[in-house]
Design a protein. Structure first.
Lengths: 288, 121
């Protein structure tokens, strides 16, 4: 069955159908992200004074990702223009650039996530707080044999070696960070200059609780991971579509050039929307 | 190739060529937009580091979001061709703006509307 008005605009709307379709889809996407931005506002305004983080995210990475997405929006547009003027080689080049830029964006985002994943806040028995990136954790078994792990594996774990099951208990952790008396000092990093970072080793008996900077740590990180995670999924999905258009989907250029050009336009509109979302995510999460 | 297919293909070409585009003109436009986006990003970062004793948090947030809105206008208006779109798309977007504004307004309106017995800090 042939879908009507795939290439020519409908006389009543003045648009080809897939263009109207993508705009309707983008309208629903605005509502989706709008709901999450509303949640952000609610959480932020409702946060206890002194407990909303400032300076937790590295502005340099946010800026880099903003530039990467802005460049990718431009290469997407130029890929479409190349199709319009019939220059397939240029289309291939610009769309390849878009894919590379998108994957670089995701790489930077993964690095940022990893940085949060290995960042721990440790509440100590004397009421102070240790905060920093996990360097190593030392575990001991019942016989006193030590095992050094470069990641935290909980308070204890079991490991089977040569058919023998060993149970290990946490002995100490070493982080690259600092110890503070007032927890609010860990929240406002913007107002502090030259925050010291030194290796700090803490024995297990002094640890009351410890938690990494995952989405469960506080409401800021919960909404940060939700918003940027959903955005990253959009980037990933868009990259698949653009990758398909660049690779196997580009065969259509030989059979139906106009429809192919329209597909590039529609996928480009989605990509620009993803860029638009980031234009607001960057200042909201990194700068304010 | 059948006659009907050829006719359809020719019409399709005509549909695409309704708005002839100049590649170099687009490259120049993109360069201008990119520089404007860079300036907007720079301005947002600069504002965010302004001293708090001169500018309140609310003023800084308003300024930053203002610059972000200009940035978004550049992308939507020029890269998404929203400045020269068809009426139907404006209608769809008008509904979207109405509903998303309602979403924000209702959220802010209900901000301090706690159920009875709720403990607040």
């Amino acid at each position: 069955m042939e879908i009507p008005y795939n290439v020519q605009p409908r006389p009543d709307t003045g648009l080809y159908n897939s263009k109207l379709g993508i705009w309707l889809f983008l309208a629903s996407e605005v509502m989706l992200f709008g709901g999450l931005f509303s949640a952000y506002i609610l959480l932020r305004v409702g946060a206890e004074p002194g407990y909303w983080p400032h300076g937790w995210l590295d502005v340099r990475f946010g800026t880099l990702n903003t530039i990467l997405l802005a460049l990718s929006a431009i290469t997407t547009l130029l890929a479409w223009v190349a199709c319009k003027v019939g220059e397939f080689g240029k289309f291939k080049f610009f769309h390849a650039c878009t894919i590379v830029l998108a994957l670089t964006f995701l790489g930077v985002k993964m690095y940022e996530y990893h940085d949060k994943w290995i960042h721990y806040e440790i509440k100590l028995a004397d009421g102070t707080f240790a905060d920093g990136h996990m360097e190593s954790a030392v575990y001991v078994d019942k016989s006193g044999k030590e095992l050094e792990s470069h990641s935290y594996r909980g308070n204890g774990f079991t490991e089977v070696t040569d058919g023998v099951t060993n149970s290990y208990q946490l002995a100490s952790v070493t982080i690259d960070g600092r110890i503070v008396k007032d927890e609010t000092l860990l929240y406002d990093l913007r107002s502090q200059k030259n925050i010291p970072r030194d290796p700090v080793t803490i024995t297990a008996d002094k640890i009351t609780s410890m938690e990494n900077y995952g989405p469960w740590h506080n409401t800021f990180l919960a909404i940060y991971f939700t918003l940027t995670g959903l955005h990253a999924l959009h980037i990933l999905g868009g990259t698949f579509v653009i990758g398909y258009m660049w690779g196997p989907g580009s065969k259509m250029w030989k059979t139906n050039r106009e429809q192919f050009t329209n597909r590039i336009e529609v996928s480009g509109l989605f990509w620009h929307f993803v860029d638009l979302v980031w234009i607001f995510l960057f200042p909201v999460l990194y700068l304010t | 190739m059948s006659d009907s297919h050829q006719t359809k293909s020719a019409t399709a070409h005509a549909a695409v060529d309704e708005h002839p585009v100049d590649f170099n003109k687009y490259v120049r436009l993109c360069a201008v937009i990119f520089v404007a986006v860079l300036c907007a990003v720079g301005a947002m970062i600069y504002i965010s580091y302004l001293p708090m004793d001169h500018y309140s948090w609310a003023v800084k947030v308003a300024l930053i979001l203002g610059v972000a809105t200009v940035n978004a206008f550049l992308v939507a208006g020029f890269l998404m061709h929203l400045l020269t779109e068809k009426k139907l798309i404006y209608t769809v977007l008008a509904f979207t703006v109405f509903f998303v504004t309602g979403l924000f307004v209702l959220t802010l309106y209900a901000m301090h509307d706690f159920p009875a017995g709720t403990q607040t800090h």
